[in-house]
Structure formats: structure tokens, C-alpha cells
Design a protein around this ligand. Structure first.
Ligand code: ADP
Ligand code: MG
Length: 368
């Protein structure tokens, strides 16, 4: 009989890291969210060879103070959450303190950071695979932080090969996800660029720190997209349930729950053929997330008006932080919406009312 014994620490770290950083998309998402959490108003994402060589995310946020250098990339070390109960009122994207430590285990990882008072002198931090600080050096830098991830999955050969094989699909997802952050964030400049081999750097898109999601959408998807869109603003009121099925345990009994869904959606009779998944975007309180059931509900209603095309959907679900749970999967893309079924029923009714309320079914060509 084999003996049961603990897995050696370094292996545990690698196993867990592979669940936090599952692909290129999760790297980009974690780093952009860290920049947003650091209060950045400008975020520059640079890829070399579609991220296979390197991914760099530079921000003009608050920077990292020297007292945090040692703990920056240690597992479960975070400046954002200290007790489990903080999770229900969470305002930041991050809370698990796992992204940077995982990146140390899965790539060649370094950070350049600079506090406002120290510019133009910054500090470059290098880390060991375990997340321990290996060394620091002085470099030229502006206020903010640049995180550099090189040779992702260099020590997980199967995943590296998989990434190389599927790079086209993965790259499309990455650009899609970056577009989502760039569109939903108000007043934040995004720039995304890529350099192939030794070739020239090309900018894929950039936003200008706009004050509306409409302007962001124009910057990311082009002005033409906007002509087909109508404003989405649905107010769903969920009547309180009673008895043992009461799910809103953290809220007062008998209280109505309000959910607002705001954004933009294609006119029912207008579309540009099939929409690709990057044009159907969902957010919960501005956090991009996959909500397959909500997506299905939207598509179902739209299909009733336009069977041959699918809609451009940009929908931000605004609701109380007690009404959902982001701590479902390490990559936080899965969000559990409490009482989702009732919400979906109300959503379908409200969306149908929106489509019926005006003559949105007339093709745009006849409106102009
Ligand atoms: P989490 O975001 O869950 O806290 P991370 O591993 O992503 O965990 O980051 C660890 C810590 O490093 C953060 O809590 C934050 O204090 C710091 N940090 C990470 N990225 C940045 C950044 N771009 N600017 C400033 N601080 C950062
Ligand atoms: Mg984080």
C-alpha cells in the first residue's frame, strides 16, 4: 500500500497556480484588474508575439511602496481583503492575493514600480519561482507600475504547447476581453499594442479616457457599430419571497430587490450578420464576466424579432454586492447571481417591453 504523505510545497504551489492562471486571457485580466485597483487612469498593454514572448501591462496608478516589495508576490498576500466577511462588500477586482504569486510559478516574472515622489527613479523587482523577492535595482520610471510576464508556462510544457497551438483563438479572446474593460471603464485610457517578431509595434485599439461607454465603444469597435444601437436601461424589481426559500438572507426581510441593467443593444431589425462572442458583453457592477444564462435570455428575446441575426449586446448589471458571489472559481469569471431564475424572467419581460415600446423594429435604413 502506498503511504499518504503531503505534496511537497513547491509542487502544491505549481498545481494551484495553474488553476489561477489558466491561459493568456487570465494573465491579461489579472494584470489589468490590478492596475484598475491601483487607481490607474491610463493602462498600456503590450504584447510580443501575441503574448507568447511577453505581456507587459503598464499603469500610472499609485505604485508599490518599498515595505510591500517582499510580500508582493507571496501567495495569499493582498492589500485588498483581510477577513472573509469583507468579501460581501468587495469593491476591488482582486481579493485572493494569488495572481502575482501564480505568475512567478508559471513564467519569468518582474515588476517595475515607482511612487510619485520618486519619479523619474523607479525600482525593478525580480522574483523567485516561489514568489520570494530575489533582488531589486534602480531603473528609470514614471509614477505607476509595469508588470512583465515573459515565457508564460515555460515550466508547464503541455500547457505551453497547447497555448502555441491555439494561439489564434486565444488571441481573439484576449483582445475581446481587453475590449470589454476598455468599453466599461469610464475616464480610463486604454492602449493595446502588439509586436510580431522584430517587426513594428502596431496599436490594436486605444480609448481616450472618455466619459461615456458610447464613446468607448466607438474607440474600440468603430463609429459604425453605434448606428445600430439603442440604449438599454432595464429596471427589474424583484418582489420579496417568503418562507424557507428566502434567499436574500443578508438583506432585510420583505425588502424589494432592485436590479438595473444598463448599456447598449442592437435594434431588433438591425444587425451585421452573426455577432461574434466578443460583441456580446456582460458585466456585473462593471466586472466583465461570463453569464451564459443571461446571454441566453437576451438572445431568446432578440430572436423573436430577428431570427437571422444576433445582437450586439453591452449590458452592465448593477446590483447590491450582497446579491452575487464572485468567489466561485479562482479566475472569478463565474459569478453566482442569487435568485437568477426570477431575475431572468423579469429581464425577458423588460427587454420585450423595450423592443415593443418604440418602433425599433423598423430597419434603420427606413428611419434615416
Ligand atoms: P490581489 O489583486 O488579489 O490582491 P495579486 O496577486 O493580483 O492579488 O496582487 C497582490 C498585491 O500586489 C495587490 O494586493 C496589490 O497591493 C499589489 N499590486 C499588484 N499589482 C499592482 C499594481 N499594478 N499597482 C500597485 N499595486 C499592485
Ligand atoms: Mg489581483
Amino acid at each position: 500500500m502506498a503511504t499518504i504523505k503531503p505534496i511537497e510545497g513547491r509542487s502544491v504551489h505549481q498545481i494551484q497556480s495553474g488553476q489561477v492562471i489558466v491561459d493568456l486571457c487570465s494573465v491579461v485580466k489579472e494584470l489589468v484588474e490590478n492596475s484598475l485597483d491601483a487607481g490607474a487612469t491610463s493602462i498600456d498593454v503590450r504584447f510580443k508575439n501575441q503574448g507568447l514572448d511577453s505581456i507587459e501591462v503598464q499603469d500610472n496608478g499609485g505604485g508599490i511602496s518599498p515595505q510591500n516589495y517582499e510580500t508582493l508576490a507571496l501567495k495569499h498576500h493582498t492589500s485588498k481583503l483581510s477577513t472573509y466577511s469583507d468579501l460581501t462588500t468587495l469593491q476591488t477586482f482582486g481579493f485572493r492575493g494569488e495572481a502575482l504569486s501564480s505568475l512567478c510559478a508559471l513564467s519569468h516574472f518582474s515588476v517595475i514600480t515607482c511612487l510619485a515622489a520618486d519619479a523619474p527613479k523607479g525600482t525593478k523587482l525580480e522574483f523567485e519561482v516561489s514568489g520570494k523577492l530575489k533582488g531589486t535595482s534602480v531603473v528609470a520610471a514614471q509614477k505607476g507600475t509595469t508588470v512583465i510576464v515573459e515565457n508564460l508556462f515555460n515550466n508547464l510544457p503541455v500547457r505551453r504547447q497547447e497555448l502555441q497551438r491555439n494561439i489564434k483563438r486565444e488571441w481573439n479572446r484576449v483582445i475581446g476581453v481587453l475590449g470589454q474593460y476598455a468599453c466599461i471603464q469610464i475616464g480610463i485610457k486604454f492602449s493595446v499594442s502588439q509586436q510580431a517578431g522584430k517587426g513594428k509595434k502596431t496599436t490594436l485599439f486605444s480609448t481616450k479616457g472618455n466619459q461615456s461607454t458610447r464613446e468607448n465603444i466607438v474607440n474600440v469597435f468603430g463609429a459604425k457599430t453605434l448606428t445600430s444601437l439603442i440604449t438599454l436601461d432595464l429596471n427589474l424589481e424583484l418582489e420579496p419571497t417568503s418562507g424557507p426559500s428566502q434567499r436574500w438572507s443578508t438583506q432585510e426581510d420583505g425588502e424589494k430587490k432592485e436590479i438595473r441593467i444598463v448599456g447598449h443593444i442592437s435594434r431588433p431589425a438591425y444587425g451585421e450578420g452573426r455577432q461574434t462572442p466578443d460583441r456580446q458583453m456582460f458585466f456585473v457592477n462593471a466586472r466583465p464576466c461570463g453569464l451564459p444564462q443571461v446571454l441566453k435570455a437576451f438572445n431568446e428575446v432578440y430572436k423573436a424579432y430577428n431570427a437571422s441575426q444576433s445582437a450586439f449586446i453591452f449590458a452592465n448589471i448593477e446590483l447590491d454586492t450582497h446579491m452575487y458571489d464572485v468567489n466561485v472559481s479562482p479566475d472569478k469569471r463565474t459569478i453566482l447571481l442569487h435568485d437568477q431564475n426570477r431575475m431572468l424572467e423579469n429581464l425577458k419581460v423588460a427587454l420585450t417591453e423595450l423592443f415593443e415600446s418604440q418602433d425599433y423594429t423598423v430597419p434603420i435604413s427606413q428611419l434615416l
